[in-house]
Design a protein around this ligand. Structure first.
Ligand SMILES: Nc1ncnc2c1ncn2[C@@H]1O[C@H](COP(=O)(O)OP(=O)(O)OP(=O)(O)O)[C@@H](O)[C@H]1O
Length: 251
């Protein structure tokens, strides 16, 4: 099987805290892969190690066979990344940012300008093309971040919560773009807390809890006949149903 992303035994400690114990999973090429897990489960840490933004204490990550640390240029050329809390050049307008990024990627002036325009158009950011990134809303920042991830035409997209803070119409647009990308042979890995969305768009899913993969595979296999939300709660939500609100609340 051709894999877009292979994570083997990834581990990361922050001081005494083990954020990721052992994350091993394979994202088949051409798949739409969802990563879910409770707050603090280790999703962002795992995705950051997967794309070379954070050095693991153990384990390895390969993008289309290229080791992210041993062969970073080859690995990174094939991936577009939307990291958590993306830092953007705040004093550039949306259009300037995209043209600048495209030029950094080595595209000529004309190609950079046309790619920037197409992405602003498709992500409905043309009205804000002259607005400084500093003045973008949270959802607009997600969209311009996604545009920078798409700019160089990668084969794999790794997106940390791409739908967070995005309005429903923009979410539909982003979904459409990602589905077209996968239909054209691209691969997507995204993290999300929205089970219904993951269920609708992803064909594979991994559940991470406490820095470990507790279930992974095709959506049907992981769901095992239940809804993804029910399976999620069954796998990682022990105790949630018995926790009560404070007695003084609304009394
Ligand atoms: N730089 C850091 N220093 C110390 N601890 C960290 C650091 N980054 C993450 N952690 C800890 O590692 C654990 C995993 O965090 P991570 O952000 O990967 O979780 P997550 O699954 O993405 O969570 P969420 O769904 O809330 O975004 C958490 O306990 C977090 O507090």
């Amino acid at each position: 099987m051709n894999s877009a992303l292979e994570l083997a035994g990834l581990a990361k400690h922050f001081g005494p805290k083990t954020a990721v114990h052992d994350v091993t999973l394979t994202v088949p090429a051409g798949s739409f892969y969802g990563l879910v897990g409770p707050n603090g489960a280790g999703k962002t840490t795992s995705l950051s190690m997967a794309v070379g933004l954070l050095r693991p204490d153990a384990g390895r990550a390969r993008i289309f066979g290229a080791d992210v640390w041993a062969d970073p240029v080859k690995a990174r050329a094939q991936v577009g990344v939307l990291p958590d809390g993306l830092a953007l050049p705040e004093r550039l307008t949306g259009r300037e940012l995209l043209v600048f990024q495209a030029r950094l990627r080595g595209f000529d002036k004309a190609t950079s300008a046309s790619r920037a325009h197409e992405l602003l158009d498709v992500l409905d950011l043309l009205d804000a093309e002259r607005t400084l990134v500093n003045d973008y809303s949270t959802g607009m920042r997600k969209k311009i971040g996604l545009a920078t991830a798409l700019l160089h035409g990668p084969r794999l997209l790794v997106l940390d919560e791409p739908f967070e803070a995005v309005d429903p119409v923009s979410a539909l647009t982003i979904r459409g773009i990602l589905q077209t990308f996968v239909a054209g042979g691209g691969s997507v890995v995204l993290s999300s807390h929205v089970m219904a969305l993951v269920e609708q768009v992803c064909d594979h899913v991994a559940v991470i809890d406490n820095g470990r993969v507790v279930a992974a595979g095709s959506l049907a296999d992981v769901r095992a006949g239940a809804t993804l939300e029910d399976r999620f709660v069954e796998l990682v939500g022990a105790g949630a149903a018995t926790r009560k609100a404070p007695s003084w609340l609304a009394s």
